[in-house]
Design a protein around this ligand. Structure first.
Ligand code: NAP
Length: 542
């Protein structure tokens, strides 16, 4: 009996995850002639935008940029209703993409990939799912997302709470009505900052438990910016090229000057203009040394601190909401609608848990600083085991049965954030060591997917079929990623970029800060030069 070369249980590639990354990977690999199976744990496509249904969930990069650019017609035909689209609209967009490109026929929903083991005898991946299916694939493409492995902190009594509990990243599908309720929210990162104003409007009482205040700028959401819409309609190719070769995957005039070389008046005027713009990085990108130089950073931080003091009526609450002790930008900054003004409402209480630590969760609420806060519902806006969590949540084993979790015990080591030695034909989309979290993820996803598709085409054309990062290349790259990080202020801050939000997680700077355009050119050079740093060989057995 001969082994079939393809079929539903023997695809060329298995793609994991049906978010922005997985959908595009499925589309492009199929276009390149590969047979593909995509597994998605959710009951529909959408990834992050399937799971994050909390009130206020929306993107904070302008939708015209935070959407695919690989297809000009798709870009033209989809009109975003807002500058920063809300979750239902982004989910509808991804559902539209799945239908428009006929992706669903190769997607298996409601099915979680539990393990992926590399079989050295056949040079193929054996992938098993929680539905009991086993598939053998030549390639494994991991589009599992950066922020999809939810973090529920180990607070004493966490499971004793008698009322409903929610995590922003696993929000129920049925509407949640907080009317008449006393609601507690733990966490004031991007998710908490989006959710808190809307819960405050609905709930009887809202108590926010804040450990670290964040820097947040007003979103000034509204109509999509007509300048950008026009550019993409009239000058698609050039706009796309500019986006792809930018520093962060957004169209932005790169700063050329230091915050320290201008007068106080000029700096203040610049910050004020940027404050009015309503962009995530407007102030940070006003000068070129905000995330490299403490003094420069201090100016920008002080500007935002002064705005918080203006917006919040109670001076003690304003003081508690004021971020200090870390450089602005080194924790992921936020964009909000009425966040700070929410604390002027009579039904909102802020608990500074640095001053009044959470002691325990009880059946009826939270005890913090000796005070009992009675609650009917509790929301965890406590974030994610970022970047490595979703990968290590799958039992991945490479050559010699080595577990990825063991290989990365001291932190992730990758070549280009795409590949890791000992795990042939396995590709991470926006893995650790790539710009990913420090960029517009959609632009970075497109770059990775296209680069991987080109590599797989090259393997076919050169009749090699097996590719693996070389150990030396990945060590060199990983050292470069850390060295680039050390040129900035990021490593000084306890953030999820550093793995510091998860107890016991190795402290490693997870994303690459070299910039989207620079990184893209580096990857393109590697492809052009015949993939140095990768070993290419023929398969053990067809
Ligand atoms: P996050 O930024 O990690 O924030 C988690 C919050 O929970 C922090 O305030 C953290 O405090 C707090 N926390 C965690 N454990 C705690 C504990 N034991 N006690 C008290 N407080 C605790 O998570 P996120 O807000 O979900 O955002 C994660 C990332 O997702 C963002 O940075 C962003 O990249 C992305 N995101 C984007 C959007 C968007 O607008 N597009 C929206 C949501 C999320 P500490 O800071 O002290 O750790």
């Amino acid at each position: 009996m001969t082994t079939p070369t393809s079929g539903p249980d023997r695809p060329d590639a298995v793609v994991v995850g049906a978010g922005f990354a997985g959908l595009y990977a499925l589309h492009l690999l199929r276009q390149r002639g590969l047979s593909v199976r995509l597994f998605e744990a959710g009951d529909d496509v959408g990834g992050t935008w399937y799971w994050n249904r909390y009130p206020g969930a929306r993107c904070d990069i302008e939708s015209i940029f935070y959407s695919y650019s690989f297809d000009e017609d798709l870009k033209r035909e989809w009109q975003w209703s807002e500058r920063y689209a809300a979750q239902p609209e982004i989910l509808a967009y991804l559902q539209h993409v799945a239908d428009r490109f006929d992706l669903r026929r190769d997607i298996t929903l409601s099915t979680r990939v539990e393990s992926a083991h590399f079989d050295e005898a056949s040079d193929r991946w054996t992938v098993t799912t929680d539905a009991g299916e086993t598939v053998s694939a030549q390639h494994l493409v991991l589009g599992v997302g950066l922020l999809s492995s939810t973090n529920l902190p180990q607070i004493p009594g966490r499971d004793d709470f008698a009322g409903p509990t929610y995590h922003t990243g696993a929000w129920p599908h049925e509407p949640v009505d907080f009317s008449g309720q006393r609601v507690g929210v733990i966490g004031t990162g991007s998710s908490g900052i989006q959710l808190i104003p809307l819960v405050a409007e609905q709930a009887d009482q809202l108590t926010v438990f804040q450990r670290t205040p964040n820097f947040s700028l007003p979103a000034r959401n509204g109509e999509p910016d007509p300048r950008f819409v026009k550019r993409f309609h009239e000058d698609f190719e050039n706009a796309r090229e500019e986006l792809r070769n930018s520093s962060y995957g957004i169209l932005l005039e790169p700063p050329t000057r230091s915050a320290l070389e201008v007068s106080d008046e000029e700096r203040e005027a610049t910050y004020r203009a940027r404050w009015e713009e309503g962009t995530l990085t407007g102030i940070l990108q006003a000068y070129n040394d905000h995330v490299r130089n403490h003094e420069a950073n201090h100016h920008a931080a002080e500007f935002v601190r002064a705005r918080i003091a203006e917006m919040v009526d109670d001076p003690q609450v304003a003081d508690d909401l004021t971020p200090r002790g870390y450089a602005y930008g080194t924790k992921r900054p936020c964009l909000d609608t009425d966040y700070y003004a929410t604390y002027n409402r009579d039904n909102v209480t802020l608990v500074n848990v640095r001053r009044d630590p959470i002691e325990r969760i009880t059946a009826s609420g939270i005890v913090a600083g000796g005070v009992r806060h009675e609650l009917d519902a509790l929301v965890f806006a406590t974030g994610y085991d970022a970047m490595t969590g979703p990968l290590l949540g799958i039992d991945i084993r490479g050559r010699g049965g080595v577990r990825l979790a063991d290989k990365w015990a001291e932190g992730p080591v990758t070549y280009l954030g795409i590949s890791t030695a000992g795990f042939p034909n396995m590709f991470m989309i926006c893995g650790p060591g790539s710009p990913s979290a420090l960029s517009n993820a959609v632009v970075s996803i497109e770059q990775h997917v296209e680069w991987v598709a080109d590599l797989l085409t090259h393997l076919r054309e050169s009749d090699t079929e097996v590719v693996e990062a070389e150990a030396g290349a990945e060590v060199e790259w990983s050292e470069h990623v850390q060295a680039a990080g050390r040129m900035t202020l990021y490593p000084e801050t306890d953030s999820w970029y550093m793995g510091a939000n998860i107890p016991g997680k190795p402290r490693v700077f997870l994303p690459y800060i070299g910039g989207v355009g620079h990184y893209r050119q580096h990857c393109a050079r590697i492809a052009r030069d015949g993939y140095p740093g990768f070993a290419l060989r023929r398969p053990a057995r067809r």
